[in-house]
Design a protein around this ligand. Structure first.
Ligand code: KIV
Ligand code: ZN
Length: 503
């Protein structure tokens, strides 16, 4: 009989730890809804005790998500576990995930605790978690560099204390697949199905997904993954890679299945990229821009004769509709709604009205609207937060010999603010004039511009990373046919996000 591999998604926790990937609450909710549509079994929504923002996001997600279990991370510390339980309180299905490091190097230098103290701390906190939540996962941080006899002792102890899942992470991405397979084999033979064993692999040597698949063959029945392989340092094992490997290589994984709706992979990956302003490398497996494109003539010829000559998966299996020239100026609402459904968006009437207006506005300015344009405008619309400062008008002038200038009108609390500034180049002038008008100073840490689709009239998608008033940097995204307008929108989005988080 085929066994289910539990998909534990940690895009919103380990993924969010990736540099430049921090999200505001509204953005996290949109990702959580995408994960629910994907059909993940468990979503780790954050680390409740780490900040008020994380607590609030987990709590909101717990109120909204119904079909996936919502989880919070907690160290083996009483307050962390209490905060996790409080944040998860409204969830229909919930899990507390508590962890402590078990490798000699972590115990000695980081925790400064003996193995016995670590074991006692784990047991005490798993018991506490179990008293507050029925479903408890325990992780031995840096398990793959831990002493296996200590891990066995730990497995027995946390099982007795009430944990039902034991996660054994390769925290530093050190192992190779053969070792991973053998490790899980030993641990699964030892635990004899009492605990669900989970694999959580980092990608420092580029082996995260290979290790995750090896762990399954060795006995893991839960895998911890992120969209686009986002995560600490080189990232985590990518959800799309592990899931598509299990689906595509039914021969090698004949005993296993996942409940992921793979057609949601592409829209979810795009949504995440659009939110964090970080796109997977073009040759990234499954979701990279080139993953389903054939450049060489020989390959193109082969694919035309028989797709399987060079294709092991269908683009449509991940929800990627190719040759996606779509509706234009004269397209009606019904066709528009249908197209959104194909792209994986189920909008309510109000959202549909807004999206349709945005689409019509875009059609007035741009002849051809592609799927990627639609995904970008809908993603941008779906994560809009309260706008303290709203862009009314922006004018720029660029003199090659002299300083560039920008003049702006912003609406704030029903009043119009007008300002002008000069800068070293137009972008500098735009950001300076926003600082001046809002009286909030920002330091630009990163600026990226990306063409959403093809053609000279492609939408510009600008992503900025700004630290306001010396605080933690925030990402803002802006979308417009004009790169200057998109830049102003991106900077204002970061500013509004900063204000909403610090109200
Ligand atoms: O990589 C790791 O060890 C983790 C744990 C907190 C599960 O992310
Ligand atoms: Zn991790």
């Amino acid at each position: 009989m085929s066994e289910k591999i539990i998909i534990f998604d940690t895009t919103l926790r380990d993924g969010e730890q990736s540099p430049g990937a921090s999200m505001n609450t509204e953005e996290k909710i949109q990702i959580a809804l995408a994960l629910e549509r994907l059909g993940v079994d468990v979503m780790e929504a954050g680390f409740a005790a780490s900040s008020n923002g994380d607590f609030e996001a987990i709590n909101k997600i717990a109120q909204i998500v119904k079909n996936s279990s919502v989880c919070s991370l907690a160290r083996c510390v009483e307050n962390d576990i209490i905060q996790a339980a409080k944040a998860l309180e409204p969830a229909e299905k919930k899990r507390i995930h508590t962890f402590i490091a078990t490798s000699p190097i972590h115990m000695e230098f980081k925790l400064k605790k003996s193995p016995d103290e670590v074991l006692k701390t784990a047991v005490k906190n798993v018991k506490l978690a179990k008293s507050l939540c029925d479903d408890v996962e325990f992780s031995c941080e840096d398990a793959l560099r831990s002493d296996i006899s200590f891990l066995k002792e730990m497995a027995d102890a946390v099982y007795e204390a009430g944990a039902s899942t034991l996660n054994l992470p390769d925290t530093v991405g050190y192992r190779i697949p053969q070792e991973m397979y053998e490790f899980f084999k030993i641990m699964s033979e030892y635990t004899k199905g009492k605990l669900i064993l989970s694999a959580h692999n980092h990608n420092d040597l580029g082996l995260a997904t290979a290790n995750t698949l090896a762990a399954i063959l060795g006995g893991a029945r839960q895998i911890e993954v992120t969209l686009n392989g986002l995560g600490e340092r080189a990232g985590n094992s990518a959800l799309e890679e592990a899931v598509m490997a299990i689906k595509t290589r039914k021969d090698a994984f004949s005993n296993f299945y996942t409940q992921i709706n793979t057609k949601e992979i592409y829209p979810s990956s795009k949504l995440l990229s659009n939110i964090i302003g970080v796109w997977p490398q073009p040759n990234k497996a499954i979701v990279g821009k080139n993953a389903f494109t054939h450049e060489s003539g020989i390959h193109q010829d082969g694919v035309l004769k028989h797709p399987e000559t060079y294709e092991i998966m269908k683009a449509s299996d991940i929800g990627l509709v190719q040759d996606n020239l779509i509706l234009g100026k004269h397209s009606g609402r019904a066709a528009f709604k249908d197209k959104l459904k194909i792209l994986g968006f189920n909008l309510n009437d109000e959202e549909l009205n807004r999206a349709f207006n945005d689409f019509k506005e875009l059609c007035d300015k741009k002849k051809e609207v592609f799927d990627d344009d639609l995904i970008a405008i809908i993603s941008a619309e779906s994560v809009k937060i309260e706008e303290k400062f709203k862009l009314i008008n922006l004018q720029v002038s660029d003199c090659t010999q002299a300083l560039a200038s920008a003049a702006i009108s912003l609406e704030c609390d029903n009043e119009i603010i007008k300002e002008a500034a000069i800068g070293d180049g137009v972008i500098d002038a735009i950001f300076k004039v926003i600082d001046r008008a809002s009286k909030v100073n920002g330091f630009l840490q990163d600026y990226k511009v990306n063409a959403v689709s093809k053609g000279k009239d492609a939408l510009a998608q600008v992503s900025v990373k700004v630290s306001f008033e010396g605080q933690k940097a925030i990402i803002g995204n802006g979308l417009d046919l004009d790169t200057m307008q998109a830049s102003a929108k991106a900077y204002l989005a970061a500013l509004n996000s900063y204000i909403s988080m610090n109200k």
